[in-house]
Design a protein around this ligand. Structure first.
Ligand code: TEU
Ligand code: CA
Length: 461
């Protein structure tokens, strides 16, 4: 296989809102990432993937973008972004941006124009259908965040389609004008000197909803080949698609070099082994033998063609040590075991912020303490359907996305040293013992173990 720089890169994912706050508003910011670059450099990672920092009403914490070429004020300014790219670059660290183009925010000017006028050229940027004769939605397609995927729009009297919240209308990838607008935006970021893109739910853009197809639609791979050609192709960038529906065969379609699509994809088969029938709100105990089989399968299937992304957790998933290890007595040992397993496989490893100090899941007393839209929606839905609230709360403790989103634990100081203000989401109370400062003082810590693994990879690349 022809060598690419990202084959031996180690990526660190930052959830900016929860990383480090420099202006005491309780929200992590770009300057916070800049302040921690020395730490990340010391750890040895050479790529940072930032969850979205674009302008957004934050219905889904930034995965609902209202301006792709502006920074949300709570995160900073475009000047801060430029400084981050430059300073990281001087340390040999590239910045990978989150590209969310299955949908926009309902506050995006494209959607605003579409709402105003059925004849606007932007109307067809989104997916509209008439009501059924009885006024109900065109079909019973559901949203991934619960409820119908169709939202009635009274002004123009049609339904629009949204696979996530109703504030995240899906873009219409059957419209070539959408391609051009997205390519233009991507090239604008490439020209700013970024290191690549993480493509959010990219397997949904080939959808053919009138046939009931959302994931892995027939138009998906041609769309990615066209995007590659018009934007990052030949630019030596890292591109990683988020593809919940990927089998090894599908992963090879995306990542075999001669197909000119993406560098690699995230597949989730090892994640869903702990979900009953693919439902994260029905967690089942980890079957270690099944997990091993999944890991083996992917190593073998992508050994010669395609490329694996290696990850245990991200901003949507529970903490690795809580899910796959043991977050009590064996926290340190099991976190090191997980790190070793992952980093010694073939592929590009991803570390999610806090994983390197074995941060754990959290258990807030009440559902009202949870901020995540998916968690809140499903709690209400399932309890209304008759699921016992305590059972649902247990599922939240296991799999809520907020497990990953509690603030980064920097030191044993108020609010874990994350902020001098009130954090947007409470800190995990175990910060008094689990924090970066303490891990740094102990060469036997999980943190040093990660650092050694990263060094080993560099040494034997
Ligand atoms: O996630 C896609 C996705 O399907 C997850 O939200 C999934 O429903 C669940 O949380 C898995 O446990 C991506 C982003 O990573 C996520 O943060 C966004 O909310 C979502 O797309 C919409 O942009
Ligand atoms: Ca801040």
């Amino acid at each position: 296989m022809q060598y690419a720089w990202w084959h031996d890169a180690v990526v660190y994912q930052i959830y900016p809102r929860s990383f480090y706050d420099t202006n005491d508003d309780g929200i992590g910011d770009l300057n916070g990432i800049i302040e921690k670059l020395d730490y990340l450099h010391w750890l040895g990672v050479n790529v940072l993937w930032l969850s979205p920092v674009y302008q957004s009403p934050m219905d889904d914490n930034g995965y609902d973008i209202s301006d792709y070429c502006a920074i949300a004020p709570e995160f900073g300014t475009m000047e801060d972004m430029t400084r981050l790219i430059d300073k990281a670059g001087s340390l040999g660290i590239k910045i990978v941006m989150d590209l969310v183009v299955n949908h926009t925010s309902d506050e995006h000017p494209w959607f605003q124009a579409a709402l105003q006028d059925k004849n606007s050229p932007y109307r067809d940027f989104y997916i509209w259908r008439d009501a059924k004769p009885d006024g109900s939605a065109p079909d019973d397609q559901g949203s991934i965040f619960g409820g119908s995927a169709w939202q009635w729009e009274p002004n123009t009297e049609q339904y629009y389609f949204h696979l996530f919240s109703k504030r995240q209308p899906d873009l219409n990838w059957e419209n070539p004008a959408v391609h051009d607008a997205v390519y233009k935006m991507m090239n604008w970021w490439i020209d700013k000197g970024i290191g690549g893109f993480r493509l959010d739910v990219i397997d949904l853009i080939g959808k053919e909803i009138d046939k009931g197809i959302t994931g892995n639609g027939p138009r998906l791979h041609p769309l990615l080949q066209a995007m590659n050609q018009a934007t990052f192709g030949g630019k030596d960038l890292l591109t990683v698609g988020e593809t919940w529906g990927a089998t090894p065969e599908i992963a090879k379609l995306y990542s075999a070099p001669d197909r000119d699509e993406l560098s690699m994809v995230f597949q989730f088969e090892h994640i869903t082994v702990t979900w009953k029938d693919g439902d994260k709100w029905q967690p089942v105990p980890l079957d270690v033998a099944a997990l091993k089989q999944v890991l083996f399968k992917w190593q073998q299937e992508l050994a010669d063609t395609g490329w694996n992304s290696l990850f245990w957790n991200n901003h949507d998933l529970p903490r690795a040590v809580s899910k796959f290890g043991h977050d009590g007595e064996y926290r340190t040992r099991s976190a090191k075991m997980l790190a070793t397993t992952l980093h010694l496989m073939k592929g590009t490893p991803y570390i999610y912020q806090g994983e390197e100090i074995a941060m754990t899941n959290v258990a807030f007393p009440s559902i009202d303490d949870y901020q995540d839209i998916e968690t809140r929606n499903f709690y209400d839905l399932r309890v209304a359907e008759g699921v016992d609230p305590d059972t649902m709360m247990e599922a939240v403790y296991q799999n809520s996305r907020d497990n990953a989103r509690t603030p980064m634990q920097w030191e044993n100081a108020p609010q874990a040293g994350f902020t001098q203000g009130t954090p947007w989401l409470p800190v995990n109370p175990n910060y008094t013992t689990i924090n970066v400062a303490r891990a740094t003082e102990n060469s036997g810590s999980v943190l040093y173990h990660y650092r050694e693994l990263i060094k080993l990879r560099k040494q034997y690349q």
